[in-house]
Design a protein around this ligand. Structure first.
Ligand SMILES: O=C(O)CCC(=O)C1=CC=C[C@@H](O)[C@@H]1C(=O)O
Ligand SMILES: [Mg+2]
Length: 330
């Protein structure tokens, strides 16, 4: 036997449905992988698809992993399975001890949350949750928009900004749910805030339009001061490269867990040195550890806050477990 492959499915419920322009997200499903060599050494990986972002489905990932039988022969993983590429390549890296040796992307001291973006719930609730995130030490916050009416959300934005310390940075994420007129309304509001020296900063407007409107987003980037970030448009390494080749030089939000091969992702980052923000795919501690290892190697300095403020969003205690404990829990 070469390298033994074991698979465990998981399904975890969000403590509150995560509301985005894609709709409510209630259950997070994924696969945990364990590779074990002839010496009994193990490596863990996670396959955490987000099909509506353009990754493969859970069924496609499971079918590929099950087709390997109980042995991983380090074969070719189709590029159409980016979450599976991440999961298996991360497990191989973990088995080789590469992840444990990686310097952490997040400080391990009390200042950790200053390096992490705190996630706010969509809607007016963000106004009451923001002070809690600030009290936890977050200095960058992220708020999902394109869920309620634009009039309400821009009014809540103004109420939010007047109560944020001036050194706070706010990310707005539309998940591709705006039309061009709405995106311009948002950018006018963001520029109005960002030219007011008495207010905190809107760091970027994330994926204002659907992925097929790159030219329109590029044009918006030339007309407004507030940065625009692509997320759904650049979900995989292939899409990152394509948008770079098509001239995008704004912010690239990278979710390593669904981007594909970590080696190819790192090659893209080293080759182009793009303006990157690393973001969670709401993976478990196993995928998070591998994703943060990539962020530690690729983040530009000074690095923008890591979009990994996703712990505590689930109705379970898994985020307190080590990879081995999590594996045994399933
Ligand atoms: O980026 C972050 O700060 C947290 C992760 C996050 O916002 C997301 C993760 C996965 C899917 C989406 O709901 C959302 C996003 O669009 O960025
Ligand atoms: Mg996003």
């Amino acid at each position: 036997m070469g390298i033994e492959l074991a698979i465990r499915l998981y399904r975890r419920r969000f403590a509150q449905p995560l509301h985005t322009a894609h709709g409510p997200w209630v259950w997070r499903e994924g696969l945990l992988l364990r590779l074990r060599d002839s010496l009994g050494q193990v490596g863990y990986g996670e396959v955490a698809p987000i099909p509506w972002f353009g990754s493969e489905s859970m069924a496609e990932a499971l079918a590929f992993c099950q087709a390997q039988g109980d042995e991983w022969r380090c074969g070719e993983i189709p590029a159409a399975l980016p979450a599976t590429q991440f999961g298996l390549e991360s497990a191989q890296a973990d088995l080789a001890g590469q992840i444990a040796r990686q310097k952490p992307a997040i400080p391990t001291d009390s200042l950790a949350n200053a390096a992490i973006c705190g996630l706010l719930p969509a809607g007016e609730t963000a106004l009451s949750v923001a002070p809690q995130r600030l009290a936890q030490g977050h200095q960058t916050l992220k708020w999902k928009i394109g869920v309620a009416s634009i009039a309400d959300e821009i009014r809540w934005l103004d109420q939010l900004m007047v109560n944020l310390p001036m050194n706070t940075r706010l990310r707005l994420d539309a998940n591709g749910g705006l039309n061009l007129a709405q995106a311009e309304q948002w950018l006018v509001a963001c520029d109005r805030i960002n030219t007011n020296s008495q207010l905190a900063t809107v760091e970027h407007l994330e994926q204002p339009l659907p992925p097929d409107q790159l030219a329109a987003m590029t044009a918006l980037g030339e007309r407004y001061q507030t940065a625009i970030a692509l997320d759904e448009s650049v979900a995989t390494v292939a899409q990152l490269e394509k948008c770079w080749q098509q001239g995008w030089r704004g912010v690239f939000v990278v979710k390593p867990a669904i981007a594909g091969s970590p080696q190819q992702l790192e090659a893209f980052c080293q080759r182009h040195r793009p303006r990157l923000v690393f973001s969670s795919a709401f993976e478990t501690a196993i995928g998070r550890r591998a994703a943060l290892a990539i962020a530690a190697r690729c983040s530009p300095a000074p690095e923008p806050a890591l979009g990994f403020g996703t712990q505590g969003w689930f109705a379970d205690d898994w985020d307190t477990l080590t990879p081995a404990e999590l594996w045994d829990r399933l």
